[in-house]
Ligand binder design. Structure first.
Ligand SMILES: [Zn+2]
Length: 177
């Protein structure tokens, strides 16, 4: 899973248990259970919340891994996505690169009479390593058709960082009226 997925799931769980997870803990969690694909992670979080009372201790990484083993038994076809993590400079080993893009369909959204650009974020599979297999289906219709390098993402007009932070000025010719 992506670090963002881990953080989101843990936050939900920690809120439920009235606990907090600090950034250093998050890093350790990622080391221990980062290999779990996001699809399984979401199911695991749901299941744990269903059977945990508020204020309970957080589950251990070992308990999460056991839950993942059970999940794999229920989803035998997903076993193919268990791959070892490789080092990669392109994607920092995440297997995917965050790309920000503007949705053409909602271009020209106005807020308080001011034109606003709306940006979306997606995770694209890295072309330079095999870690994408840990994040995306490897076979079948949902397997990625294309893998990306950062250069290709930029060439395609997308951003590697949030445009809300590094926002390009809106040009007059972009305003539809
Ligand atoms: Zn990579």
């Amino acid at each position: 899973m992506h670090l963002g997925n881990l953080s989101e799931g843990l936050k939900k769980l920690a809120n439920w248990c009235h606990k907090t997870v600090g950034p250093e803990q998050l890093e350790i969690w990622y080391e221990r259970i980062g290999h779990i694909p996001n699809e399984a992670w979401k199911d695991i979080i749901k299941k744990i919340i269903d059977r945990t009372k508020p204020n309970s201790p957080l589950p251990s990484p070992e308990e999460i891994r056991s839950a993942y083993s059970l999940w794999l038994q229920d989803h035998p076809l997903k076993k193919a996505i268990e791959f070892e993590r490789q080092d990669c400079d392109e994607c920092d080993g995440d297997g995917c690169i965050t790309a920000w893009y503007e949705d053409e369909d909602i271009k020209g959204f106005f807020l308080d009479d001011e034109p606003r650009q709306i940006w979306y974020k997606k995770y694209l599979p890295c072309a330079k390593c095999d870690n994408w297999k840990r994040q995306f289906p490897v076979h079948g219709a949902l397997a990625p058709k294309k893998r990306w390098t950062k250069d290709e993402i930029v060439e395609a007009g997308m951003y590697l960082q949030s445009p809300y932070v590094y926002r390009a000025p809106i040009k007059e010719e972009d305003i539809p009226f």
